[in-house]
Design a protein around this ligand. Structure first.
Ligand SMILES: Nc1nc2c(ncn2[C@@H]2O[C@H](COP(=O)(O)OP(=O)(O)OP(=O)(O)O)[C@@H](O)[C@H]2O)c(=O)[nH]1
Ligand SMILES: [Mg+2]
Length: 203
């Protein structure tokens, strides 16, 4: 059995549903309450990817307000993927994704120097009060280098598993690209100075 370890960041403005997303994905629960995250929360999820592969996901749920604090560099270190969430009923949370993405690309890269694969989630699709148009999201997602975007509803459990599978799939393909012989995937979690700048072998 091969085991991959992946540190994944969950970012986006406050109140968009990041902690709810993690609770839904890891615990299968949705409380409906809002308890503002302070700093960062950690969760672990074991994903049985295939008969021969297991993925140990370390989810770093970063408080929305942390964009205004210069701590994110420390949180981002060693991450190999990112889930960026906004609220479909809150245009500001969508506009701020540009800033979140800039911050992410500035402060974290894969060991081969490529940007972190990041999936964009348009959450709260169950609400009727949508203010962000599909075309706008599509355009934004392409222009800003997201691997994909999806509408989700943490409340209704729509596209949660699917989004994570899409991201993990992308990371796995990149890991292969980084080093097909990588025997210890946790190398990717070490600071770059320790793991070295592994040259890309493909893509
Ligand atoms: N209707 C609806 N409400 C949601 C959904 N996801 C989350 N919420 C609600 O949105 C509010 C904020 O959710 P949180 O998960 O705490 O938000 P957060 O992004 O972690 O916020 P910070 O910790 O401040 O960064 C809560 O009241 C959730 O119940 C959803 O898909 N639909
Ligand atoms: Mg939170």
């Amino acid at each position: 059995m091969r085991e991959h370890v992946m540190k994944i960041l969950i970012v986006g403005d406050g109140n968009v549903g990041k902690s709810s997303f993690v609770d839904r994905y890891v615990l299968g629960q949705f409380s409906g309450r809002y308890k503002m995250t302070m700093g960062v929360d950690f969760s672990l999820k074991i994903l049985h990817w295939s008969e021969r592969e297991k993925v140990r996901l370390q989810l770093w749920d970063i408080a929305g307000q942390e964009r205004f604090v210069s701590m994110t560099r420390i949180y981002y270190r060693g991450a190999v993927g990112c889930v960026m969430i906004f609220d479909l009923s809150d245009s500001r949370s969508f506009l701020n994704c540009r800033l979140w993405k800039q911050d992410l690309d500035l402060k974290s890269v894969l060991p081969n120097g490529q940007p972190l694969p990041c999936i964009l989630l348009a959450n709260k699709s169950d609400l009727s009060a949508r203010v962000v148009a599909t075309d706008t999201i599509e355009e934004f997602s392409k222009a800003n280098g997201f691997i994909a975007w999806m509408e989700t509803s943490v409340k209704k459990n729509t596209n949660i598993e699917e989004a994570m599978r899409r991201l993990v799939q992308e990371i796995l393909s990149l890991q292969f690209c980084l080093d097909p012989d990588l025997s210890d995937p946790t190398d990717l979690l070490k600071p770059q100075s320790e793991s070295g700048q592994t040259p890309g072998h493909c893509c």
